[in-house]
Design a protein around this ligand. Structure first.
Ligand SMILES: Nc1nc2c(ncn2[C@@H]2O[C@H](COP(=O)(O)OP(=O)(O)OP(=O)(O)O)[C@@H](O)[C@H]2O)c(=O)[nH]1
Ligand SMILES: [Mg+2]
Length: 411
């Protein structure tokens, strides 16, 4: 069964990779293929802020590694995998830095890294937890709905990567609209749901029963199924944790393929949808007034000139600057043309190899020139040759049709 969705993902990748107009989606398809081939499941802890996600994660991992607290805390996606105890911070600019565990909150707490001013992309922790032994990746995420909008955005953005989710509720607060909205979005991507109800230590049995009954009905209605898996737990006392862990491990053993297939089909549907939206945009761009396109291309030229000017003045950390320039150019294309134009961001472990300046300037030039050439090509900017125009229009039509066919074949 997995083969089918894997084949569809591969076919999608081939189609997308052949057209630079959808390079962002091609990268996503490549990541999806890698995930399906590795057959490794990602289980994410998600929910509203302060439900106890990090506390419950610590309990499940039997290691007090994640910072917890009374105010909004978690601000970065934190992945946990099996291995010798170590922590690494991955920055948006590609730099990867190993840090001691006692410095974690500098990078993943809202208080110490407000609005993610340090540019953390994610943190990866390695610990020898039994729960992770069979290759499961566990992820703690920022909570949605707090004053800190960047945390909500990070959580929404990240949930697209989860295969299975532990959706954390808390017995001291019935499910609310913020949680309902978040759950509706998550349904579009995850293949399996575990609804954990935390803080059971704070109520008596009668109140807990009433809560489970009320939320159970609501969740069955929202998920349109009677098979809702609900787990009352207390991160504080440890009650119910083993039942939750065992259910997840049993499913990972018995139905990993099914969970991955279901989540991969949803992800493939989403990325095809986003590629089609992008192709739609080209129609609009091709029909734009010359003046409007001229202005946008002039803005690209300005951005390129500014990058080249800055590059000439730099004298160290060339690899980091090159990655940052790629991110800057992607941002500019998004801003001017509304499209995802992504580059491979090279990973840079600390103690990077020093690129020399000549090589760096050559790469900056190539990056800038390629972007202008590609944009002109895909948007047919000032293209006088009618044959080239027809060929491009046909290519976009063919690509859209093929993508729609794959999407229609998904469950
Ligand atoms: N009584 C009780 N308190 C809990 C339990 N789990 C967590 N808490 C408390 O709830 C508060 C929030 O815990 P966190 O684990 O930081 O919550 P979070 O969901 O990770 O919060 P954000 O990262 O800000 O989204 C802390 O004060 C915890 O001590 C529980 O099972 N029982
Ligand atoms: Mg947290």
């Amino acid at each position: 069964m997995n083969d089918t969705v894997l084949e569809k993902a591969k076919r999608t990748y081939e189609l997308l990779a052949a057209d630079p107009a959808v390079s962002g989606q091609a990268q996503q398809a490549a990541a999806l293929i890698e995930k399906l081939e590795s057959q490794e499941i990602t289980v994410s802890m998600i929910g509203q802020f302060k439900r106890g996600k990090s506390s419950l994660s610590n309990r499940m991992l039997e290691d007090e590694i994640l910072p917890v607290g009374i105010v909004p805390i978690t601000s970065a996606v934190t992945k946990v995998v099996y291995g010798r105890r170590a922590a690494e911070v991955r920055f948006l600019n590609g730099v990867v830095e190993e840090i001691p565990f006692d410095r974690l909150s500098e990078f993943i707490s809202e208080q110490e890294n407000a609005d993610n001013r340090l540019g953390v992309e994610e943190v990866v922790l390695h610990t020898q937890s039994e729960f992770l032994k069979n290759g499961l990746t566990f992820v703690d995420t920022p909570g949605v709905g707090s004053f800190h909008k960047n945390n909500t955005e990070t959580a929404y953005h990240y949930m697209k990567e989860s295969d299975a989710v532990i959706f954390l509720l808390s017995v001291d607060s019935p499910i609310n609209q913020i949680e309902i909205d978040f759950l509706q979005s998550t349904r579009e991507f995850a293949g399996k749901f575990y609804f954990a109800v935390n803080k059971t230590d704070t109520v008596g049995q009668a109140d807990l029963d009433a809560y489970m009954d009320y939320c159970g009905k609501l969740l069955r209605h929202m998920m349109q199924t009677d098979e809702i898996a609900m787990f009352p737990v207390s991160a504080k006392s440890g009650e119910g944790i083993d039942t939750l862990k065992n259910a997840i491990l049993r499913d990972c053993r018995k139905s990993a393929g099914e969970i991955l297939t279901s989540s991969a089909e949803k992800k493939l549907r989403d990325l095809i949808g986003s590629a089609l939206t992008q192709l739609d945009f080209y129609w609009k761009a091709m029909n734009m007034e010359y003046k409007e396109l001229d202005d946008r291309f002039a803005a690209v030229s300005d951005a390129v000139a500014s990058i080249k000017g800055r590059a000439a003045d730099l004298d160290c950390l060339f690899e980091v600057h090159l990655n940052e320039m790629k991110l800057e150019l992607s941002g500019k294309v998004k801003e001017l043309f509304g499209m995802e134009y992504r580059y491979e961001i090279e990973e840079l472990p600390m103690g990077l190899v020093q690129m020399d300046k000549e090589d760096f300037l050559g790469q900056v030039d190539a990056l800038c020139d390629d972007l202008q050439k590609t944009l002109s090509g895909i948007l047919l900017y000032r293209e006088e040759n009618a044959y080239a125009v027809v060929r491009r229009i046909n290519a976009i039509n063919r690509l859209s049709r093929s993508l729609r066919r794959i999407r229609d074949g998904l469950a």
